[in-house]
Ligand binder design. Sequence first.
Ligand SMILES: Cc1ncc(COP(=O)(O)O)c(C=O)c1O
Length: 408
Amino acid sequence: MRVPLLDLSEQYRFLAKPIHQEIEAVLRSHRFILGPQVEAFEKAICVYCRAPQAVGVSSGTDALLAILMALGIGRGDAVITTPYTFFATAGCITRVGATPLFVDIDPATCNLSPTALETFLENKCEATGEHVVFRQSQGAKTSASPSDSKCLRVRAIVPVHLFGLCCEMEAINQISEQYQLHLIEDAAQAIGAEYRFGEQTTKAGTMGEAGYFSFYPSKNLGAAGDAGMIVCREGKLASELRTLRQHGMESRYYHRVVGGNFRLDEIQAAVLAIKLPYLDSWSAARRVAADFYRSEFTRTGLMNKCVLPAEPHRDRGLTNHHIYHQYVIRAPMRDALRQHLAKHEIETSVYYPLGLHEQKCFADLGYKKGDFPETERAARETIALPIYPEISHEAQRHVVNSIAGFFG
Ligand SMILES: Cc1ncc(COP(=O)(O)O)c(C=O)c1O
């Protein structure tokens, strides 16, 4: 039995008619970029996320790029993030001229560890009056100042809600407030994921100053191409982002700042608006599939071999405590297991096989193997199993039985 990692065919069959109708309407309107469909979808995202502002953009990558630009983060600045994420998170920080500073993950969730974050800020950075400074060569730690070329001014934290699970945002928020750092949530994989913030239920992307989603086709809410969305609190920031997504243009062909082409197109917005009302039911179906995996791993006696995804927010009175964008387990002999599953026609993936600190393009950051042991261990042990709303019990049983066969 062939089991793909993701199968969008059922979703497409279900929504083909309205999607075709809406695409045709856009084609007939001849309005292709930043029109009424984008505006309507931005409003729908505001309502869905309970976010004051939403700005449609061309991708998750461009969302982060635009946010960093809007916050004036650039050369001489540093941004703290996780090395265990998709490349774009750190790629964008580098592209604006800033330096990514990596902090290791919590092994239970693979999300940025608040404890490691606090330790990093306490031990490796210095608060000098209004600034937090990171000394590139960690030598004598005296009189650091941002005008010293070896010092970077730490400006922001970018936690990533990996695989559809929110980071421990209460602790991360506290730290960002204490050090007065911008907090930008990478919610590319986590639209709709919830977090219990004190007494309140909040959604991924809305807990910091700004957050962003990717609508890459494989995401829980996937476009028919590339698309992204920024949510934020302040109208002023939203307005700057709107200017930046159009090459910094304020009135036609008058450019106040240098921006980019980060525009969202009408066809993508139309497709996404049709899908949005179904997002929660799709994420719920993924949770049901995750529960079924757990019962199958238990049935087959695999619980002492594999580590299943942690669900730290499960008993906090939330619906979308996890949206299972990916179902990622840890297993010994991961690569051999993957080969075995491939022989049984089961598609798997590894998110991610290498920490960003070990990527060739970041060699000049000066990190080395061993710097982030939890990230490195996750990169060796994790394997993503097939998950999508319509996955059948039969397919899941085949996956787990094949894993049992491997360890048996
Ligand atoms: C964690 C994370 N950040 C950023 C991005 C970038 O989003 P996009 O592919 O829409 O540019 C992705 C996309 O896969 C992602 O998974």
